[in-house]
Design a protein around this ligand. Structure first.
Ligand code: PBG
Length: 325
């Protein structure tokens, strides 16, 4: 009879033994909850494509902050859904715009219990749905967009954003935002660079969540899903430009990119478990095809294991509670 000398199963024999030899533990403070705030709503509204997730009013937002803080979640990432849109996304830089009002509301409610984070991108605010301004030939104009991002960064910091999530994938956006923030006296505002952001089908449900006006796609600025090396290049470039944190997005289909970036980065690395990743788990669980709690835990632990120090996820509150139970 074959008698193995080396027996890895030894460390799996009991819950206590497994707990003692587990390589990684997720902490609630490593989770960030993305939240949608919609202008002109009277009551929170369910997002069909993201069961369990709502578009919030400025008022219902306060309850979300309290709930997230209570669960120990580390931060809230805000997205605004304006009533009016135009070619340059004016609502993004209006201090009274929905996103900037939401930032102030969260900052007031959070009282330091969690970090106040805001998405910096024009897509929710433009009538064409692109992340930047469009030139007369219909192309997204990189450098003209940078001017808008610089303004937007300052307005968000003024409203109380502590972490600014640069998600537009324009070249040079980190350097430009850093310079504008510093010039305006906001040298403490943290820049989270969505460095390796892929043109992904997994953003599908998000488009409903923000009532996206986009026709076509974002492939001239978001990355090609086939490109691994380029993900590292984008992250290193952002670190050079002054990013405080770099991010890979989506998460689960890009764990190789995450591992690469994590191996090379000298700043924290985050990942975004996006709307489609959430929706797939929820939908399969609703059918009884997978166990929801198990899939949530496994997906997030996998993202941490691949190298993410923190994870943006719509499961943030649910999973934070499960971790504490
Ligand atoms: C851009 C932005 C998007 C997401 C986060 N920031 C949409 C896009 O790039 O098309 C997607 C997040 C998700 O799918 O959960 N403002």
């Amino acid at each position: 009879m074959l008698r193995p000398v080396i027996r890895p199963r030894r460390l799996r024999q009991s819950p206590a033994m497994r707990a003692q030899t587990r390589e990684l533990r997720v902490h609630p403070s490593e989770l960030v909850l993305p939240v949608f705030v919609r202008e002109g709503l009277n009551a929170p509204q369910e997002i069909t494509s993201l069961p369990g997730i709502q578009q919030h009013t400025l008022d219902s937002l306060r309850g979300v902050v309290a709930e997230a803080a209570e669960a120990g979640v580390g931060g809230i990432m805000l997205f605004g859904v304006p009533e009016e849109r135009d070619a340059i996304g004016s609502g993004a830089t209006d201090p009274e715009g929905i996103l900037n009002q939401a930032i102030s509301a969260v900052a007031a409610e959070a009282g330091g219990a969690l970090t106040v984070q805001a998405d910096l991108c024009l897509d929710e605010f433009t009538d064409h749905g692109h992340c930047g301004v469009v030139d007369e030939r219909g192309r997204v104009d990189n450098d003209a967009t940078l001017q808008r991002y610089a303004e937007m960064a300052v307005v968000q910091a003024e409203a109380g954003a502590e972490i600014i999530g640069m998600s537009g994938m324009m070249d040079g956006q980190i350097a430009v935002a850093r310079e504008a923030l510093d010039a305006a006296g906001h040298e403490d505002a943290v820049l989270l660079a969505y460095s390796a952001k892929y043109a992904s089908a997994f953003y599908g449900p998000f488009r409903e969540a923000v009532d996206s006006q986009l026709q076509g796609d974002r492939r001239t600025y978001q990355m090609d899903p086939a490109n691994r090396r380029e993900g590292l290049r984008e992250a290193l470039l952002d670190v050079e430009e002054g990013a405080d944190i770099v991010m890979v997005k989506p998460a689960m289909s890009y764990l190789d990119v995450l591992a690469d970036v994590s191996a090379e980065s000298i700043v924290p690395v985050w990942a975004y478990q996006v709307s489609g990743e959430y929706a797939m788990i929820v939908a399969a669980a609703q059918h009884g095809w997978i166990d929801r709690a198990g899939a949530v835990a496994e997906s997030i632990v996998s993202i941490r294991r691949a190298g993410a120090d923190a994870v943006l996820t719509y499961f943030a509150v649910e999973y934070a509670r499960a971790l504490r139970a």
